[in-house]
Design a protein around this ligand. Sequence first.
Ligand SMILES: [Zn+2]
Length: 79
Amino acid sequence: MALINCKECGKQISDKAASCPHCGAPVNAAPAPQQAVDYQQQAKAQQKSQQKSMVKTMLFSTLISTAISFITRLFYRRI
Ligand SMILES: [Zn+2]
């Protein structure tokens, strides 16, 4: 815990305090609205899930094409 000077009245207050006990001014800069933060987190999560599904699709198509070429080679070798 550290003491900082209040921006409004200049008195020493705890940096853990939400607001100055002398004048009531908020100590820390107002945090971003919770909804906006949630929205950003949701957007990031959506991006991540989209990237994951894209990677899955790419891996799947790669696997399929590899399997097809492998089977085709086997098939032509037997003939
Ligand atoms: Zn103050």
